[in-house]
Design a protein around this ligand. Structure first.
Ligand SMILES: *[C@@H]1O[C@H](CO)[C@@H](O)[C@H](O)[C@H]1NC(C)=O
Length: 351
């Protein structure tokens, strides 16, 4: 009898062990698999990739967002289901940086029926013509920290190691550290050259590398988003504290991402002067690179919440207005989804 109880106990333990092993490895199993299949019957969805809770919470409390209460947790990520103006959406928080943004986006696209991806949040501003609180919609995104760091003594006339044939390139541009030395001296850090990402598009040949640096957002989404430039946004956090310039929605040529929190005026100017970059942040390029490769339309809305180092040291703009900026990025994104919900591709030609 005791022996039987013992072996039953061991059997149950083994079973539990196998179950937990299943949950620990990457494949989709059991309940989660069923939930994903059921959810996909109600698609296609718009996927909303959101950097963190600071930007997700204003959406969760926005009256235009209706949660369906369905939540699917997978691989450490939470996928929340809901609707915006009758449009089915899935929210996923990516976390900070390009790896997190790319992983969250790829999981979203691999698991679910997604017709398009919308990314939104706050950003630093490199464009001196724009103001804190403005919501930017960039036409192109790049990852600007894929570098080839040139040895001291070599210059723009010298080929980089592994240059050419789909390897490194001197075509995109470079940053010379000595340009920024306060006494005009040369600098042993020499030059860094900006490099394209290696991409593997879903319609390409596997293992055959392609290059991508400036990734365009979906041209139809971008065209549609121009109609948002007429929106009026909230410019005050309370009765007495307002932005000095009323915020606006604006399309811009370029934004860039890197795993770098940029708070440096010299580099900010470099990015604007050399690349015409407006929003700088840490995730959009990850979303862009995945959507570009998976051939899924995407767009990014980023509200400028600080000057990326361009402000005076005594005023920390991010502290006072980042909440308002996050809120405004949500409001613009929601308005875009509403446009998309009544979206007719034929009509778009006449905008
Ligand atoms: C408005 O917000 C500012 C910044 O947070 C704060 O210093 C000020 O006391 C607030 N004013 C009112 C009337 O709540």
């Amino acid at each position: 009898m005791l022996r039987n109880i013992c072996s039953t106990f061991i059997y149950v333990l083994t079973f539990i062990f196998i179950l937990s092993q299943e949950q620990a490895n990457g494949a989709l199993h059991g309940t989660t698999k069923k939930m994903v299949e059921e959810a996909n019957k109600k698609g296609p969805y718009l996927g909303l990739v959101i950097p963190n809770l600071f930007e997700m919470n204003p959406l969760l409390s926005n009256p235009e967002y209706k949660s369906t209460k369905l939540v699917i947790d997978y691989a450490g990520r939470r996928f929340r289901f809901g609707k915006i103006h009758k449009k089915p959406v899935i929210l996923v928080m990516s976390g900070m940086g390009l790896v997190n943004a790319a992983v969250a986006t790829q999981l979203l696209l691999s698991l679910f029926e997604i017709e398009g991806v919308i990314h939104y949040g706050i950003a630093g501003n490199a464009n001196p013509n724009l103001h804190i609180g403005d919501v930017t919609i960039a036409e192109y995104w790049s990852h600007s920290a894929m570098w080839n760091w040139q040895r001291y003594g070599d210059g723009p006339e010298n080929p980089l190691p592994f240059e050419g044939d789909g390897g490194f390139t001197r075509e995109i541009g470079y940053l010379k550290f000595a340009t920024y030395s306060s006494n005009g001296d040369d600098n042993l850090l020499n030059n860094v050259w900006y490099q394209a990402e290696e991409v593997y598009p879903v319609d390409g040949t596997p293992e055959q590398t392609q290059q991508a640096f400036w990734i365009p957002v979906d041209p139809n989404y971008f065209l549609l988003s121009k109609t948002l430039e007429t929106m009026t946004l909230e410019g005050c956090i309370n009765a007495t504290t307002c932005l000095s310039t009323p915020p606006k929605v604006t399309t811009v040529q370029r934004g860039t991402s890197a795993n770098i929190y940029l708070d440096n005026a010299a580099y900010r100017s470099f990015l604007y002067n050399n690349f015409n970059i407006s929003p700088v942040e840490m995730e959009s390029a990850g979303v862009a690179l995945i959507c570009f490769q998976q051939k899924v339309p995407f767009i990014t809305f980023r509200a400028l919440s600080d000057l990326a180092g361009g402000g005076s040291a005594s005023t920390n703009e991010a502290d006072s207005f980042s909440g308002l900026s996050a809120e405004n990025s949500v409001i613009v994104m929601v308005e875009f989804v509403k446009l998309l919900a009544g979206y007719n591709r034929k009509l778009l030609k006449f905008i």
